[in-house]
Design a protein around this ligand. Structure first.
Ligand SMILES: Cc1ncc(COP(=O)(O)O)c(C=O)c1O
Length: 460
């Protein structure tokens, strides 16, 4: 940041943030001496120092200075039922009665049955611990099943931390961060999303392509989503070329609809991966899909020469599985009650309200909304993945930081991920919009934004 209006904006917001988060400042100094950046994941860090949280209940989280926040970050999405949802209380209490890890607990089967009943592609399921693990496991199943080795992923799609998926998570092939070996690039073919011809060219006759993997929301690339027509074309193409189609539903699962993106778009993949909302705050992930493909890990089935390995010491945690089973029951009930439509309507209204708030401040703002998720872009550019990928986020990050000083965690600065939960109420949305109007009129955002835009234009 070089310009004076931006510096002034940052200085004022940082001062207000520091004034109300002294305990976080103190803990950060301790944390930074034992944790890189004082945190356990890069998105959790932001300047001048991260918040450290004490607790959460419903749509509210509380930091260690005892400040309350209307929480729309929700630990990056999993808390679709809010913090400590009452629907999970009995299940978690009974899990605590039996121990956190026992071999093959009954709740393992309960949770699997519920998932298979809700998700169209799910004939069989295996549980794991994280979305990252689920996606890399699904790809291994696909490789074992097809005997092929390469995968196709799309620019702007994030699938967790495994090397092969960090390639092309932005608009270029360049992997996200350093430390990714050349071999990962060799196995991963990257293709523009929502472009059937590009996928057709990249897949050739199928040849060595084991799987096409996609996040139907394109969440990490800006929440651009997709269409039923595109997914149908991808489905037809992958079937014809005998390529395994994997929907990574770590973000979209149980959020776009109770049956995920595959139910919402009416297109059934061969395999799908789940995490986040599946455990509703407890640790749980899954790979689900066609019985014949999943049989590659069945120790009692088929040809041992084609068998794939899959394991995981923590795959049986009773807390995770009990939470998963209870959360799936809760999502099913919400769907029956029409609550998904209500929530998605609230998200649309919030998007409109936020754009109006920025318009009043003289700052152009475009909001991408998909179901109960939002992402904001401060620009007058025509919406598009490539056009928005290089946007300078400085002003937006400061906006999120300023909102924290008003008791609203719309997102974390550095993340731009906004999620609503069934626990949010009209009062929460009113508070968010009032806080937005307040920070945009109290701080010199418009000056900083126009300075940034001038720099951007000069740069072009
Ligand atoms: C689409 C998608 N897939 C996979 C992952 C990885 O999940 P986890 O962070 O649980 O490893 C994420 C995480 O944000 C994601 O958004």
């Amino acid at each position: 940041m070089t310009s004076s209006a931006l510096r002034q904006l940052e200085a004022r917001i940082h001062a207000d943030y520091r004034a109300r988060t002294q305990a976080s400042a103190t803990l950060f100094r301790r944390a930074a001496s034992v944790l890189p950046g004082g945190v356990s994941g890069n998105l959790r860090y932001f300047k001048p120092y991260p918040l450290y949280m004490r607790s959460g209940a419903g749509a509210i989280s509380v930091d260690i200075d005892a400040n309350d926040y209307v929480d729309c970050f929700l630990c990056n999405g999993p808390l679709l039922l809010g913090h400590r949802p009452p629907e999970l209380a009995a299940a978690l209490a009974s899990a605590d009665q039996v121990g956190s890890l026992v071999l093959n607990p009954v709740v393992l089967v309960d949770c699997a049955e519920r998932l298979c009943a809700l998700v169209p592609c799910a004939e069989r399921v295996r549980f794991l611990n994280s979305g990252t693990e689920a996606v890399l496991t699904a790809v291994r199943y696909a490789r074992a099943y097809t005997g092929r080795s390469k995968i196709i992923k799309f620019f702007g799609h994030y699938h967790g931390q495994d090397d092969q998926f960090l390639v092309g998570s932005g608009p270029q092939r360049q992997a996200l961060g350093c430390g990714v070996p050349e071999a990962a690039y060799a196995q991963t073919i990257t293709v523009p999303f929502n472009d059937v011809d590009a996928l057709d060219r990249a897949t050739g006759q199928g040849e060595d392509i084991a799987a096409v993997v996609l996040d139907p929301a394109m969440h990490s690339g800006g929440l651009w989503g997709t269409s039923q027509a595109y997914l149908e074309a991808v489905r037809e193409l992958t079937t014809r070329k005998k390529i395994v189609l994997i929907f990574d539903e770590v973000i979209t699962g149980f959020r776009l609809s109770v049956g995920g993106a595959q139910q919402m778009y009416g297109v059934t993949p061969d395999l799908a991966t789940f995490g986040k909302a599946l455990g509703a705050g407890e640790r749980l992930a899954a790979v689900a899909g066609r019985a014949d493909i999943m049989s590659v890990v069945d120790p009692a089935a088929g040809d041992p020469a084609r068998r794939a390995f899959q394991s995981g010491t923590g795959n049986d945690t009773t807390r995770g599985l009990a939470a998963g089973a209870a959360a799936l029951a809760a999502y099913e009930q919400r769907a029956l009650d029409g609550e998904y439509d209500r929530l998605n309507g609230d998200a649309a209204n919030l998007a409109t309200g936020l754009m109006a708030s920025f318009a009043s401040a003289g700052i152009p703002c475009h909001v991408n909304q998909l179901a109960s998720m939002l992402q904001l872009f401060l620009t007058a550019r025509k919406p598009g993945f490539i056009a928005y990928s290089g946007l300078d986020q400085t002003v937006l990050d400061l906006y999120y930081l300023a909102l924290l000083t008003r008791g609203v965690m719309l997102s974390l600065p550095t993340s731009n991920h906004v999620y609503l939960s069934f626990a949010h109420s009209d009062a929460d949305f009113t508070k968010i919009l009032a806080a937005s109007d307040d920070v945009l009129s109290s701080y010199p955002f418009a000056d900083a934004y126009s300075e940034l835009t001038d720099q951007e234009i000069a740069h072009v």
